[in-house]
Write a protein that binds this ligand. Sequence first.
Ligand SMILES: Cc1ncc(COP(=O)(O)O)c(C=O)c1O
Length: 483
Amino acid sequence: MEKMQKKYRLIAEHYAKAIQNGALAEGERLPSLRDITALHGVSISTAVEACRALEKQGYVEAKPRSGYFVRNPIQNISSLKEVFEKKADETDEWINPADYIGVHERISATLSRALTQPLKVDLGGAVCAPSLYPGAALRDNMLRMLRAKPSMYETGPRPDGVRKLKEAISRFLVSRGMHADADAILVTHGCSEALSLALRAVTGPGGVVAIESPTYFGILQIIESLGLKAIEIPTHPGTGMSIDALEFAIAHIGSIQAVVCMPAVQNPIGSIMSDAMKSRMVELCEKHNIALIEDDTYGAFLPSPADARPLKAWDKSGNVIYCNSFNKSLSPGLRLGWLLGGKWHKKIEMLMYAVSRHPEETAQLVVADFMAGGTFNRHMRRLNGLLMQQRTQFVEAILEHFPAGTEVTRPEAGLLVWVRLSDEQSTDSLFERALREGIRICPGSIFSNTNKFSNCLRLSYGMPFDARIESAVKTLARLVREA
Ligand SMILES: Cc1ncc(COP(=O)(O)O)c(C=O)c1O
């Protein structure tokens, strides 16, 4: 019995691999049961078991009197549904099995719609109020630097970036509970470029990427711009991406090339993954040879960042690509980010050189000066304190003014809340009506390729809570009631 089971599994794996690598294409007929018995030297019952296993995993479908035919495993995500729903205790109502086709145009249309209207209050952008950034210190650094080196713009930037900044980032990473050599850091044009380079390095056209659901819409845009497909993994506002669901997806889809994940303060739902889950995730991806791309944009917003180490801290083989940015924490205007490329570092450097050469140096020097002597960590402690006060006031205002039954996250860090209205509400419509009142929000639909979040919205509490913000919350609440 034991022997037979093993044999049928080996046969099923053999055909699963052939389907994954395209040798057996969608619609093609699997060898007949008689051929399988002859080819593999097994009994007919072993051949039947192998085919049934493939059917159960969604690789093939049986057609009466014709045999087994190859299905597209990516389109067959509905077979995941059952398992995701079985995990209901763990991931409650946020469960969201989804496949992915492309949402770039829809997101761009939504984002550009907001540019055409005069805005009174912007609750849509994931950014703090200008007054919360250390603008004066950064300006002083810039002027000092230009006075000290007036010929700054007469030569090109160094290929290896500004050493002082890389050393400052390396010191900052110690305060995130990890170690990275300055030479292992590549400075980029924000986290967007870092994520885009990382995905380009580890995937090929048509490749499949596992992402959180809901997720930051920029990741969906990058995925589409690179011609990739994605599977959305249910992500819980408390505990983050469901590793069980990811494991299931890996086992059933087979061809996942990368996982993109925000373990620290996920955008939009603010989840924070536990150390046990992070270690499991690193191990899982390593075991299946799947690149793990970590977006730590909001890691510096954690109340004690060293205690919530990034995934990269568990990485022993270079399988994790770590991406981060100063655009949310320090200065949206300088557009600076960085990455640690792990085993793909050289390839990523080459890709970046081919696409955008080296980032210009003034921004790097300004930030390096600012980070000297622990100023960045002091700035973050102050910023986080203010943001937590703003969060409390903002969440209370939502609970007070929105209709009963509205759910809102209360994130431990960051600047975003995720609000869920009753099922019949459409936040696409709310987005349009709010724009007419001069208020920008982010509708839930742009955070997924499914319609699972059409009654959700993301709001930012990055602006100090004042009468203007409270009035905007009241207006939104009125619009929700009127719908
Ligand atoms: C989670 C996350 N990753 C990446 C980005 C893009 O970062 P950057 O502005 O540094 O390109 C954002 C911006 O909102 C974000 O929220």
